[in-house]
Design a protein around this ligand. Structure first.
Ligand SMILES: [Zn+2]
Length: 430
C-alpha cells in the first residue's frame, strides 16, 4: 500500500480530535511508548519513551535519548482539531416531519462545502457509572445526516450572492418524525442505558474517504488535511528516528481553530508543565535545556490557487508538490525568524528536501497558528512550516502527494539533529 494511503486511512479514522488522539495512542503503544497520567508521578529514565494526553484531544509524546547529557528538546507541534459544526446540548429541532440537529459552527468552516454531502457524527459521550462518570468515544461510521441546499428555482440568485446563516441554513437533517430522543439514540450507540447519558461533545464530519487524483495521482483530497497531514507526518518522523542524544518531543494540540485558549490548547500550560516534569524527573535544569531547544510549529499553508493566482504574494508563492513551506510574517503571527529558518534549512539540506516560502500579500491579514501562542508559554527558538494546500477549511481540502513525503524526510532530519546554543546568533548543528 502506498504511504499516502496509510495517511488517508489515518485521517478517515480520525474525524475529531478524540479519535485522532486515540489513533495516535495506538501507534505509540505499538512502538513501546508508556502512557503517563497527569494525576500521578512521572517516573522517567534515560532511554524511556512516554506520552501524556490532556482532555483526550491533545498529546505530548517524548523519547528520551539513552545517552542524553546536555539536555535539549527537539519539538514538533501540530493541531488535532478542524473546523466543523458542534451539536448543541438540547440537540433536537422538530419541523415538518424532519428531525434536525441544532448545531453551531466550530472554527472558520467554509459553510457551503458542507451542503448536500453525506455527513456523520463523532466525538465523546459522558456516561454515569456506579462509581462516577466515564467517557465513551462515539464514531458513527456511516452517513446519517445531510444539510440540503435550497433548489435554484427557489433562490434564483444562489450562484451570484448566497450567504449562509448558521442557525437557518446549516442544520443537518438526521431523520424523520414528530419526536426524537437524542440521548436514547446516543445511549444505544455507545452501549449504555438512556438514563446513563449525562453529556456529550459531538461534531459533524463529512463521511467520505480521502482519495488521490490527477493523471499522475499528484493530488489528494480529504477532510482535515489541515492539520492532520502535519499531525500524521510529524508522528511518522518522530517514530522512525532513534536519537541517543536528544529528547525528541511530539506535540499535537486541540483547539487551534478556536484560538487555542483552553486547558489543552497551545495557549495552555500543558507543554510547559510537561517539559518541567521531564526536567524534574531526570533532574536537569529546564531553562538551560530550553536555550538549546527548537520548536517546529507545523500547520498547512495556502498554495497558489489555480483560479486565483493573484491571492498569493508576488514573490513567495507556495506551489503544490514543490516542497515544505516555511512561513514568515513581519508581525510574527508566524514565529519564523532568520535564525530559526537557517536552523531548519540545515535539516532540509541534510535530507535533500526542497523548501519554499509563504508570506501573506502585504494588503491581506492572513491567518495565524499555534507556534507564536505556544511560544508565549515555552519561549524557545521556533519556526513555522507547513505543506501547501488548497481550499483550507473546506469540508474537502486538497494537497500534493509528493509534499507529504518531503515533510516526513525533513522532520526525520530535524529529529536526528542536535542544536547546541553557543551564544546569541550562534549554534552548533550536529
Ligand atoms: Zn491549521
Amino acid at each position: 500500500m502506498k504511504k499516502i494511503q496509510t495517511m488517508l486511512d489515518f485521517i478517515y479514522k480520525s474525524p475529531t480530535a478524540f479519535q485522532a488522539i486515540d489513533n495516535i495512542k495506538v501507534l505509540l503503544l505499538e512502538k513501546g511508548f508508556q502512557e503517563l497520567n497527569e494525576g500521578l508521578e512521572f517516573s522517567l529514565k534515560k532511554g524511556g519513551k512516554y506520552f501524556v494526553t490532556r482532555n483526550g484531544t491533545s498529546m505530548i509524546a517524548f523519547d528520551i535519548g539513552s545517552e542524553v547529557k546536555d539536555y535539549n528538546f527537539n519539538i514538533v507541534a501540530s493541531h488535532s482539531d478542524a473546523p466543523t459544526f458542534k451539536v448543541k446540548p438540547n440537540a433536537v429541532i422538530v419541523q415538518d416531519n424532519f428531525i434536525k440537529l441544532n448545531t453551531e459552527m466550530y472554527g472558520g468552516a467554509i459553510a457551503n462545502t458542507w451542503l448536500d454531502r453525506p455527513l456523520s457524527l463523532a466525538g465523546r459521550v459522558i456516561v454515569q457509572e456506579e462509581d462516577g462518570i466515564d467517557t465513551r468515544l462515539l464514531h458513527i461510521k456511516k452517513p446519517i445526516c445531510v444539510i440540503p441546499n435550497v433548489a435554484i428555482h427557489q433562490n434564483r440568485s444562489i450562484n451570484e450572492n448566497m450567504s449562509y446563516n448558521n442557525q437557518i441554513d446549516m442544520l443537518p437533517v438526521l431523520t424523520s418524525g414528530k419526536e426524537f430522543d437524542f440521548k436514547a439514540f446516543l445511549a444505544s450507540e455507545v452501549g449504555v442505558e438512556a438514563n446513563q447519558v449525562l453529556s456529550f461533545d459531538l461534531f459533524l464530519y463529512p463521511c467520505v474517504e480521502g482519495y488521490t487524483w490527477g493523471l499522475q495521482e499528484e493530488y489528494f483530497s480529504s477532510y482535515h488535511i489541515d492539520n492532520l497531514e502535519c499531525a500524521y507526518t510529524s508522528l511518522v518522523s518522530f517514530l522512525s528516528v532513534e536519537n541517543k542524544h536528544n529528547i525528541n518531543v511530539y506535540v499535537t494540540f486541540d483547539n487551534e481553530e478556536v484560538g487555542s485558549l483552553t486547558r489543552q490548547g497551545a495557549d495552555s500550560a500543558f507543554l510547559k508543565d510537561t517539559l518541567k516534569r521531564i526536567a524534574d524527573g531526570l533532574q536537569f535544569d529546564v531553562y538551560q535545556a530550553l536555550a538549546s531547544s527548537i520548536m517546529v510549529s507545523a500547520d498547512n499553508a495556502h498554495a497558489v490557487h489555480p483560479a486565483h493566482p493573484e491571492k498569493a504574494d508576488p514573490t513567495n508563492r507556495p506551489l503544490l508538490n514543490e516542497g515544505v513551506v516555511i512561513k514568515y510574517n513581519a508581525n510574527q503571527t508566524y514565529t519564523t525568524d532568520a535564525i530559526s529558518a537557517a536552523l531548519l534549512l540545515q535539516c532540509a539540506r541534510k535530507a535533500n528536501v526542497k523548501t519554499q516560502y509563504f508570506t501573506n500579500r502585504s494588503d491581506t491579514r492572513g491567518g495565524s497558528t499555534l507556534g507564536n501562542i505556544s511560544a508565549g508559554h515555552v519561549s524557545i527558538a521556533s519556526v513555522d512550516i507547513g505543506l501547501a494546500q488548497l481550499a483550507m477549511h473546506s469540508a474537502m481540502e486538497t494537497a500534493g502527494t509528493k509534499d507529504f513525503e518531503s515533510m516526513i524526510r525533513l522532520l526525520e532530519a530535524f529529529y536526528q539533529t542536535r542544536f547546541k546554543f553557543k551564544k546569541e546568533g550562534k549554534y552548533q548543528v550536529l
